[in-house]
Write a protein that binds this ligand. Structure first.
Ligand SMILES: [Fe+2]
Ligand SMILES: [Fe+2]
Length: 273
């Protein structure tokens, strides 16, 4: 099974550039083409928050216009740039709108791996935090299906990446989330957004990753005095390859036109010398 991760699309109103520089809608269109054109077909797409830049209704409208082109089923969770009320309104009627909860968390049981979307947002704040209610809900969902390999996804990463202005707005109680996840052996991976870079760490035996952004990257600046900034690096997306045992392996897939593929072997089957 293949799951693509699209994250931090930061969609603005039509014709507006993010930070006066980034055409986020064009980047989303390209990553959707990339997902739709992938062989073998992508089975599901997770969208891990900051889907809009300011949570405005017109931004969600444009986002939904683009998401309508995705061939695979897609699942959204909110990020700090999305606003809870407009987010809920925009996705009302989609299959996994958790109407009965005060937060945006849900389970998808339609695939060989169980997907659990989590809500790390704190109204009006850039950082993430998971309330005891959210963590208890997760613990209960994991307790009810101990034999189903499970992939969790949440916007804010629980780890320190060394990029100071992002680290102060990570999932502040990430250790509590990982303690809950670590109690359940079926949890195979935690996929996050927010960082606009591809990072990986193992916490409590669980692989944790952040997805790269197909639009603007947070600059890789490990200087503690470094100023917050972004760079227009090659666009990428993360792809999860899940084997029959439910083990999760991740790839980064570059978006764009590159030379190749070229053959290793000639017509006679010999390695080209
Ligand atoms: Fe973001
Ligand atoms: Fe974010």
């Amino acid at each position: 099974m293949l799951i693509a991760q699209i994250t931090d699309t930061h969609i603005k109103a039509a014709g507006k550039l993010a930070y006066r520089r980034v055409d986020t809608a064009a980047s989303l269109a390209r990553v959707i083409d990339h997902v739709n054109g992938f062989t073998p077909a992508v089975d599901a797409v997770i969208l891990s928050g900051d889907l809009t830049d300011a949570g405005r209704p017109e931004e969600f409208e444009l986002l939904l216009h683009h998401l309508g082109r995705l061939k695979a089923p897609w699942y959204v969770i909110p990020g700090n740039h999305d606003k809870a009320d407009t987010f809920r309104k925009a996705f009302a009627g989609t299959r996994y709108q958790p109407d009965d909860l005060p937060f945006y968390q849900y389970v998808v049981d339609d695939h060989p791996i169980r997907l659990i979307g989590l809500d790390s947002t704190v109204a009006g704040k850039p950082h993430g935090f998971m309330s005891p209610e959210k963590l208890d809900w997760l613990d209960a969902r994991l307790t009810e299906a101990p034999d189903r390999p499970t992939l969790l996804f949440v916007h804010h990463p629980p780890f320190v990446a060394g990029i100071r202005h992002m680290d102060v707005q990570r999932l502040l109680n990430g250790d509590e989330l990982m303690a809950v996840a670590g109690r359940h052996k079926q949890v195979r991976h935690l996929a996050c957004g927010h960082l606009h870079r591809a990072c990986e760490q193992v916490i409590n035996g669980i692989g944790v990753s952040t997805g790269p952004c197909a639009a603007h990257a947070v600059t890789l600046d490990l200087d503690p005095e470094g100023a917050p900034g972004f760079s227009l690096e090659p666009a990428m997306m993360r792809l999860f390859y899940i084997d029959e045992a439910g083990q999760v392996l991740t790839h980064l897939s570059m978006i764009g036109d590159f030379e190749g593929p070229y053959p290793f072997f000639d017509a006679e089957g010999c390695l080209i010398d």
